[in-house]
Every structure is written in C-alpha cells, then in structure tokens.
Design a protein around this ligand. Structure first.
Ligand code: FRU
Length: 313
C-alpha cells in the first residue's frame, strides 16, 4: 500500500469534515517592495485564486484525502462560477451552501519579496454570511468535525449550540468543534466555551500587545481563568515563522518550533494549511496534540515554499 492509499484508507473510516466560514476571490500581486502612497510599484506577477479561510482549509483537507464539505455563502455572479467549478473539481462538497446575487467578496493581497510579508485587505462586509436557518438544514450525522470561522459571533454561537445539543444526544458519536480566532475576544467567549480546539492568530496577539508566544499563551490562560468557564478549548497560538504555542485546558504551555525553509514564496493561507493539517492529524490519524502541531508546523512551512495549496498532498 503506498503512502496515498494508506492515507485514503484512514480518511475513509471517518465522517466528513465541515468548514464553516467564507470563500473569497483573492487578487494577488507579487511586488519587491510594499507600494508607497502615490508611487507606482512594479508588479512581478499577479493572479487571482479562490481564497477564504473555510475554502483554503477545505482545499488542504481534501488534498490530504479527507472528505470535506464547505458551508459558506456562494455568489451567483458569473465570475464566481470559476471558483465553484474549482471546488467541484476537487470534490469539495458545496451542495448545502446558500446563494446570494451580490458581487463576490474579494481580498487584495500583496506578497512582498523584500520583507517576506503577506498583506491582505479583505472586503467581505457587503456580502451576506451564512444563516442559522440554512445551518439547521444540515444533517449533522454526516460530520465528525466542524471547523468554524470565529466571526459573526451571534449566528456562529447558535450554530455551535445546535452541534452541542446534537452531541448531548449522541454521546458516542461526538462531533468535534474548532474555530479560528482573529478578532477581539469580547464577543467570542460563548463560542470558545463550546469548542474543543481554538486556533488563535498572531494578528490577535499583536492587537492585544502580547509580544511573544509564551506571554500570549499566559495572558490567554489568565483570561480563561478569570472567566471561570466550565469548558475551555485546547488552545493553539499560531506564530508564523516562529511556530506555535500550545495551551491545554489546565493552562500547561508547550512551545512548538517552526520548521525552517530556505525561502518563503507564498505565505498566503499558511495558517489555514496549519489548521487543516492539525485537524487531519488529530481527527483522521488520531495523533496526540503535540504530534498534530509538529505536522501542522511542517505543512504550514511547506505551504510557503510554493504558490497555492496543491503541493500539500
Ligand atoms: C488567508 C485568507 C485569504 C483571504 C483572507 C480572508 O488566510 O483566507 O485567502 O483573502 O484570508 O479570508
């Protein structure tokens, strides 16, 4: 049995993974320096591709052989047909996604060579988010893991509550829940109380002024303790080229070093690749959290060595 058959047989034994969130059109420009105001900057290359956290995570999971579905609002705009076609070609299920006639949401992305940075302006505010009514139509029995985008707190909390109620009735077939955390925490606590794993971004740490992985995890632990919540998730702090910090439910901290690569070609979606690889290792391969985080660090680094996600298979 080769490596790929082996992987597929592990994945086939599991229920689907559902990724809830968004998909956007990413317009990417590769520049030497980040453009200065009113100063044209030559662009070495530019292209567009399907992006968005849920769609990127689903792409990597599907590339790893995991049967994956996305639950996002899809645009009926003809330009978006190409995105849909791409999702279908990959076998990512979209059948339960609601549709909207508005222009598709898009992001402008600068991949800057000199500083090795990826700068994104994300424009989704005018595009509707998936609703609770549509989520209620899903047959939850089909899923073994649901990964949520940590946005739209009201609707996402209600979706998670539905999953928690389902889990209470089907104790032996629990659906694992995870979420991304990139925005201010105030409205996210109810979601954090409901999920099993939470992936915090370095962007969030910068927002709070937490300079290092250890300190970010300590401060997060303090916040969890102050809230005295009955349930808290296993927390993973993604720290880009510096790896990740792990904080278990008792507040124990472990630092996971990043896998070093010679040159960053494309860092767009590296965090999404980390999350997908982590879910794969935890859920499909039933590995420990530290093994999952080591694998996820490697996959996130490998993602950065080429454009897109198709080398992660
Ligand atoms: C990368 C990404 C991009 C998208 C942006 C906002 O993590 O998903 O593909 O433009 O974040 O969703």
């Amino acid at each position: 049995m080769d490596r790929c058959d082996n992987r597929l047989s592990f994945a086939a034994a599991k229920k689907k993974v559902l990724c809830v969130g968004n998909t956007v059109v990413d317009c990417i420009s590769i520049v030497k320096k980040f453009p200065e105001p009113s100063k044209p900057e030559k662009c070495g290359n530019s292209f567009w591709q399907r992006g968005g956290t849920a769609a990127n995570t689903a792409t990597v999971l599907q590339n790893l052989g995991v049967s994956t579905e996305i639950f996002v609002m899809l645009s009926t705009n003809p330009m978006f047909e190409l995105m849909l076609h791409d999702l279908r070609l990959r076998g990512i299920e979209t059948g339960n996604c609601p549709r909207d006639e508005s222009n598709p949401p898009f992001s402008l992305v600068f991949l800057t060579k000199e500083s090795n940075t990826c700068t994104i302006t994300n424009c989704t505010s005018k595009f509707p988010y998936v609703t609770l009514e549509d989520f209620k139509k899903l047959d939850l029995n089909k899923y073994g893991w649901i990964h949520f985008r940590g946005r739209e707190p009201d609707v996402t909390t209600s979706m998670m509550e539905l999953v928690a109620a389902h889990n209470a009735k089907h104790k032996e077939k629990k659906i694992f829940m995870s979420m991304d955390v990139t925005m201010e925490l105030t409205n996210l606590w109810p979601m954090l109380d409901l999920c099993d794993f939470a992936f915090f971004s370095k962007q969030l740490a910068t927002m709070y002024g937490w300079p290092k992985t250890r300190e970010a995890c300590r401060r997060l632990d303090d916040l969890f303790r102050q809230r005295n919540s009955k349930n808290r998730p296993y927390s993973v702090f993604l720290w880009g080229s510096q790896g990740a910090g792990l904080l278990d439910q008792d507040g124990n901290y472990v630092r996971m070093h990043a896998y070093k690569i010679k040159r960053v070609v494309d860092g767009l979606g590296a965090g999404d690749a980390f999350v997908a690889a982590f879910i794969y290792a935890m859920y499909v391969r039933e590995r420990s959290v530290t093994v999952a985080a080591t694998f996820a660090n490697r996959m996130a680094a490998h993602k950065c060595t080429k454009f897109g996600f198709d080398h992660l298979a």
